[in-house]
Design a protein around this ligand. Structure first.
Ligand code: DCP
Ligand code: CA
Ligand code: CA
Length: 355
């Protein structure tokens, strides 16, 4: 049995703004272009749910948003800040998944098939994820659970805001049936129009349609929407396979056996490695210490953390532990420190530890 989650943050940019300024939390908050007293150009990026209650929406001209609620809190888009929050959320989420696929700044698919044995467990697991995100970042999210990416995504839409929606395999068709065409994953405004002209109103109508007719009309896209309408989606949660590692080495001028000097060198290598990791927005899970003794005797010692991190202090503790546990006491010629099992965060600015 396959179980996929889609985690999507609620009103993400505006929620991030609320976190750094909690005093705006109970007011309508609109993030986007400057409204300039109603004469501003540009659009709304997003807004919190209070602002949505006045009819304000993503993509709407900012001048219209201003007309709908002129005393809302209007804020400019601060993408680097949202990216840095996003990177931390994604790093946390990866630890919850067998396979992980980030799909946008605020959402990701998690394949948890090997982590739970039933849909009931998956629901509890999703709760744990949701609580963990809230505990670490004070941000609400919604989670959809299903047999594939399509159902997870659409369940998440139904879970919003701040909810969890589980759609079991046997419920999938019934869940999709009454929904409007536009809600079907992959169907945009244009194709929805065309489908309506052909007499389809709901997703259920497409599920019952003649498959060949849809293929004749739309080609491979026709087959795709027919399958989607029936809850079929075989696409894997696609894990990016980074095989990279980041490391630094130091060769001593003379072979040495003073433990303190070697440890000091390890600590400064850790600083260099962490700064490189941080600069390239990576998180690591595996730490390898290389010790080359007098002559050519080279030893590699590896430790795997149970989670991804970017934290320099953690790296230092692990590196020193590896040295103390494995050092033979012979003279050391060269020392190297390397982190691997890397994943990419986005726009991370500071070294930070969140678990
Ligand atoms: N975004 C944007 N312009 C849009 C849509 C979205 O700039 N037209 C940005 C702002 C959103 C973020 O992308 O915060 C994520 O988009 P979502 O579609 O996930 O919407 P929200 O997270 O804002 O709200 P929801 O609670 O509906 O997910
Ligand atoms: Ca969102
Ligand atoms: Ca999203």
């Amino acid at each position: 049995m396959r179980i996929v989650l889609l985690v999507d943050m609620d009103y993400f940019f505006a929620a991030c703004e609320e976190v750094r300024n909690p005093s705006i939390k109970d007011k309508p908050v609109v993030v986007g272009a400057d409204p300039k007293n109603g004469y501003g150009r540009g659009v709304v990026s997003t807004c919190n749910y209070i602002a949505r209650s006045y009819g304000i929406r993503s993509g709407m001209p900012i001048s219209i948003a201003y007309r709908l609620k002129r005393d809302a809190i209007f804020l400019r888009v601060d993408e680097p800040y949202y990216e840095s929050v996003s990177a931390k959320i994604m790093a946390l989420l990866r630890n919850f998944a067998d396979k992980f696929e980030q799909v946008s700044i605020d959402e990701a698919f998690l394949d948890i098939s090997n982590r739970v044995k039933s849909y009931e467990e998956a629901y509890e697991y999703a709760k744990k994820i949701k609580d963990s995100i809230y505990a670490n970042f004070s941000l609400p999210c919604s989670i959809g659970i299903g047999q594939n990416k399509l159902i997870a995504k659409m369940a998440c839409e139904a879970a919003k805001p701040n909810g969890i929606k589980l759609v079991r395999e046997e419920e999938a068709k019934r869940f999709l049936e009454p929904l409007q065409l536009e809600k079907l994953y992959g169907v945009g405004k244009k194709s929805a129009e065309r489908l309506k002209e052909l007499g389809f109103k709901t997703i259920g109508d497409i599920a019952k349609a003649n498959k060949q007719l849809l293929i004749n009309e739309f080609g491979s896209f026709g087959l795709e929407i027919y399958e989607h309408a029936n809850g079929i989606d075989n696409e894997e949660v696609f894990e990016e396979n980074e095989i990279k590692s980041i490391g630094r080495e130091h060769t001593f001028e003379h072979d040495i056996d003073e433990g303190e000097r070697i440890k000091n060198e390890i600590l400064s290598l850790a600083d260099e490695v962490a700064s490189e990791v941080n600069k390239s927005c990576f998180y690591f899970k595996r730490v390898t210490l290389k010790i080359r003794y007098e002559g050519f005797d080279e030893h590699l010692h590896t430790y795997s953390l149970g989670y991804y991190t970017q934290d320099v202090e953690k790296l230092k503790r692990v590196a020193i532990m590896l040295f103390e546990q494995n050092n033979t006491g012979e003279k050391v010629r060269k020392i190297g420190l390397r982190v691997s099992n890397l994943i990419k965060g986005r726009g991370q600015k500071r070294i930070n530890e969140y678990f």
